[in-house]
Design a protein around this ligand. Structure first.
Ligand SMILES: O=P(O)(O)OC[C@H]1O[C@H](OP(=O)(O)OP(=O)(O)O)[C@H](O)[C@@H]1O
Ligand SMILES: NC(=O)CC[C@H](N)C(=O)O
Length: 492
């Protein structure tokens, strides 16, 4: 396993999500559009934020720990000259939660400067790091992203940009959506399995690459399309267009269903579908597969909202008397609890974050709808909170299957021991969180609503079988890890 660790200041084990952006504009500076688009992607990573630009002569970089709004002030943005640049918000999956691993990662080397922003997680980063160290590369961080940057820098000494990216894609294994700056050229790369999202947008005076289309909306731009799995996009530095190169092809994708269930903003469009509508569709399925007619149905804000709206609508269409109510109020100043790095922070955050409206639940039977149960931190505390507020019954319905295995592709579901459902039946989980009943959504319902075959989805966290070659884990298809040989001649 490439990145496993387990002390409390680290994310233990490899998993996924960060936000990446890149822009190339006609003339105005890129720093502010990058800053606003990172703001739009804040939900994808809260630990650090950074921007790298290039003004035609030199690279400029500003990377800080903390939220986007805290990481930059006006002077920082004024110092980031140039009309092309990339940006990153980080949710660590490999390497330290420290500035040395914050991104974009920037290096200067013989044939120019390189900036690299990564969403995803490599499963062969350690092998690649060893190989590169053996031929003289010195690393300044413990993360997997620097490995990609060094590999690409090495390939760029011998190859043109497109062939160098292809060579690196043939060596790295795992998930990656990248925005890259080579001198003033901005690139976007999506892993051959399309595990992590990346899309292209058009603004008045240029083009944008972003993890999610909501970032393009923030810039008043139009979504052009998703970057295809295995595709390289090269933005024209003057903002007039982009070139596309299909560098690697696979028979199947390994699209992460959890992007649609939890991670992405509901107002983003992925796979040509609004995430909000997907979640409402999953909520409808949840009712069909195991609805319970209670006095009220309530979402766990924020991610549970669209699920609960679809669930309540389907229930009412079926003649159920259940009433939709917002009975849990969220403190808007508390961030996402699931992506906080330590369990202690997560537990404190749930109590700070959610408060029941007593009059909505007192004496009532309540169905609580959430998108997922991962560690069980949220559901255990919420069932108790609702009982303390006077709820007569508390039922839980979850818009995803039980999470039984770690994610190695960039989501922080690190070890089986942390996952409440990894060694428990549904009935045992129900008993642990003390709900009156508990129902999860089936994998088939996920595939149906996402309009994808199971073979085109990464379902590792709900099946324990992965579409990648991961040490110690089962694969669900015929995959091999690429041979890593730093001395090998560069391929055509
Ligand atoms: O079982 P757990 O380990 O508690 O994880 C699951 C919870 O974490 C997420 O909430 P989060 O607060 O991160 O995000 P949200 O506000 O966007 O729903 C998710 O929506 C669940 O409520
Ligand atoms: N969440 C992510 O996509 C993380 C990217 C990279 N693996 C890191 O830890 O920095």
């Amino acid at each position: 396993m490439a990145t496993g660790r387990d002390d409390s200041h680290h994310i233990s084990g490899p998993t996924e999500k960060c936000g990446v952006v890149g822009v190339a504009l006609g003339g105005r500076d890129a720093a502010r559009p990058l800053y606003y688009s990172l703001y739009a992607l804040q939900h994808r990573g809260q630990e650090s934020a950074g921007i790298v630009t290039h003004d035609g002569f030199q690279q400029h970089s500003h990377v800080q720990m903390g939220l986007v709004g805290d990481a930059f002030d006006a002077d920082d943005l004024d110092g980031l000259n140039g009309s092309a640049g990339i940006g990153h918000v980080r949710y660590p999956t490999a390497g330290d939660v420290s500035k040395s691993c914050a991104q974009p990662f920037a290096v200067s080397f013989k044939s120019g400067s390189l900036g690299l922003a990564h969403n995803g997680n490599l499963v062969n980063a350690d092998e690649l790091r060893d190989e590169l160290e053996n031929v003289g590369h010195a690393f300044t961080s413990t993360g997997d992203t620097e490995v990609i940057a060094h590999d690409l820098a090495r390939n760029l000494l011998e190859e043109d940009l497109v062939r160098a990216v292809k060579r690196t894609m043939e060596r790295i294994h795992g998930s990656y959506a990248l925005t890259i700056m080579h001198d003033e050229t901005v690139l976007g790369v999506r892993d051959p399995e399309g595990n992590r999202p990346l899309c292209i947008g058009k603004v008045d005076d240029g083009y944008v690459l972003a993890s999610e289309s909501a970032a393009i909306d923030t810039l008043d731009g139009e979504l052009v399309r998703d970057v295809r799995p295995g595709e390289l996009i090269v933005l024209e530095p003057d903002g007039t267009g982009f070139d596309s190169y299909q560098l690697v092809e696979r028979d199947n994708t390994a699209h992460c269903f959890f992007e649609h269930v939890y991670f992405a903003r509901p107002d983003s469009v992925m796979n040509d579908t609004l995430v909000y509508e997907v979640r409402r569709g999953l909520g409808r399925k949840l009712w069909e597969e195991g609805g319970v007619d209670t006095d009220v149905v309530m979402p766990v804000p924020d991610s549970g909202r669209a699920f609960a709206s679809g669930y309540a609508e389907a229930a009412q269409e079926d003649g159920a008397t259940v009433e939709f109510a917002e009975g849990l109020m969220k403190n808007r100043y508390v961030g996402r609890t699931f992506i906080m790095p330590t369990q202690d922070e997560r537990e404190r955050a749930v109590r700070l974050k959610l408060n029941p409206i007593k009059s909505t639940v007192e004496g009532k039977s309540v169905t609580l709808i959430d998108d997922s149960i991962v560690r069980g931190t949220t559901s255990t505390q919420l069932v108790q909170l609702l009982r303390d507020a006077g709820a007569a019954e508390v039922h839980m319905r979850i818009g995803a299957p039980p999470i039984v295995a770690p994610c190695y592709m960039g989501i922080n579901m690190a070890t089986r021991e942390e996952l409440i459902a990894s060694d428990k039946s549904v009935e045992d989980v129900r008993d642990t969180i003390d709900a009156d009943s508990l129902g999860y959504l089936s994998i088939d319902a996920i595939a149906e609503v996402l309009e994808k075959s199971r073979a085109d989805l990464c379902l590792g966290c709900v099946t324990g079988e992965y579409p990648y070659d991961i040490d110690g884990e089962e694969t669900d298809r015929d995959v091999t890890r690429p041979a890593v040989d730093a001395d090998a001649p560069l391929s055509d």
